[in-house]
Write a new protein. Structure first.
Length: 368
């Protein structure tokens, strides 16, 4: 008999619709399990326990909520279960999957995030199937690490590495991943790995666990700190950097998104100049990172070189969601800014980097 801990956090998957309003409901999450037990997909070889440290719509999630959830998971002793499943809202699922990939890089069992596109009572909802897929993944594969399981609009039950899930798209309500490359798919209740050089082989996650997880981020429940002063900026024509004024509270670090070609405005001066903005940030002790970038070793546009010369730091091979949550975790947990910069640029965790066609090694190593 497999033992699985199902952790409820609210979200659409734990919500009920009342008229034209959808909100979390005290009984919504537990109704999900009751519905699962009444389906043909229910497994008789699983014992499900429950925990509900949060009950909120995921758009309202804060760093303090992440801390509450992380401490609850740590105190639940994940190793005493065959796996954990976290039911979560779809709005911020990608951020949470990435964050917990970093916080639990050394976990020895699967922690699987899942969600629903509609409340469970809605016939269009995929949440019940997603829960069943997550349970099947835990039981049949038992790979250590953090994952997300979610059915797409083609009926494919996709499995993602937690650090390689992109935010749900606004108009299609679909999740994606860098290179449109999920980690695998559930077929006939079994996991099928997506064979690609950029995907770590399953035996890397299981057989090489100790070597791969030599240096996860250090934290204990009493000292877990996540930095809520990290700022995210997305480029667009006419972005006026003079609007960012550090006369009050300043950010500890900035993640500046890039256009698909790895560029952003590189005017040498003026309010629209990113190089000038980076230099201004340096004078205030603010680190500026830039992502996503496929491969910094490839030929770069002149504008990209201008950003580097100004002091910006490229984070290559890592998606925006993973880069942002890594910054929040690292700048909260590092003992000083120098250590934070080292962790951001030299240490990799949880197969975060897609590389250039070479599968990742693991936490605490330099993945290629």
């Amino acid at each position: 008999m497999k033992r699985i801990l199902v952790i409820f956090t609210g979200g659409t998957i734990g919500s009920k619709a009342e008229g034209k309003s959808i909100n979390v409901h005290d009984s919504g999450s537990y109704a999900l399990l009751e519905a699962y037990r009444n389906t043909d997909e229910v497994r008789k070889d699983v014992e499900l326990s429950t925990l509900e440290p949060l009950n909120l719509l995921s758009e309202n999630l804060t760093t303090e909520d992440w801390r509450t959830l992380a401490v609850a998971i740590r105190n639940a002793d994940p190793g005493s279960y065959d796996g954990l499943i976290v039911t979560h809202g779809s709005d911020t699922l990608a951020y949470s999957a990435a964050m917990f990939s970093y916080l639990f890089a050394g976990v020895g069992v699967p922690i699987v995030f899942t969600a629903s596109n509609y409340p469970i009572a809605d016939r269009r909802a995929n949440g019940l199937r997603n829960l069943a897929g997550a349970i099947d993944f835990v039981v049949e594969e038992a790979l250590p690490g953090v994952f997300a399981v979610y059915e797409n609009d083609r009926g494919e039950m996709l499995v993602y590495l937690g650090t390689r899930l992109a935010q749900c798209e606004s108009f299609t309500d679909q999740f994606r991943s860098p290179y449109d490359l999920p980690y695998g798919v559930m077929e006939k209740r079994r996991f099928v790995w997506r064979d690609d050089a950029r995907n770590p082989k399953p035996n890397r996650l299981s057989g090489g666990l100790k070597a791969a997880l030599s240096a996860p981020l250090p934290w204990e429940p009493e000292n877990l700190s996540l930095d809520d002063s990290v700022l995210y900026i997305r480029p667009y024509p006419g972005l006026n950097y003079s609007l960012y004024d550090w006369s009050g509270r300043k950010p500890s670090a900035i993640l500046h998104d890039l256009h698909h070609s790895g560029t952003a405005t590189a005017l040498s001066s003026g309010p629209y100049s990113l190089p000038a903005f980076i230099e201004r940030c340096k004078t205030h002790g603010i680190d500026v990172y830039m992502s996503p970038l496929k491969d910094a070793s490839a030929a770069l546009y002149a504008s990209s070189h201008a950003l580097i010369e100004a002091g910006g730091v490229f984070l290559e091979g890592i998606g925006m969601e993973a880069a942002l949550t890594k910054l929040i975790a690292v700048y909260g947990l590092a003992s000083n800014a120098e250590q934070a910069r080292t962790w951001m640029t030299e240490a990799t965790f949880a197969h975060e980097k897609m590389g250039s066609g070479i599968d990742s090694e693991g936490a605490g190593t330099n993945e290629n």
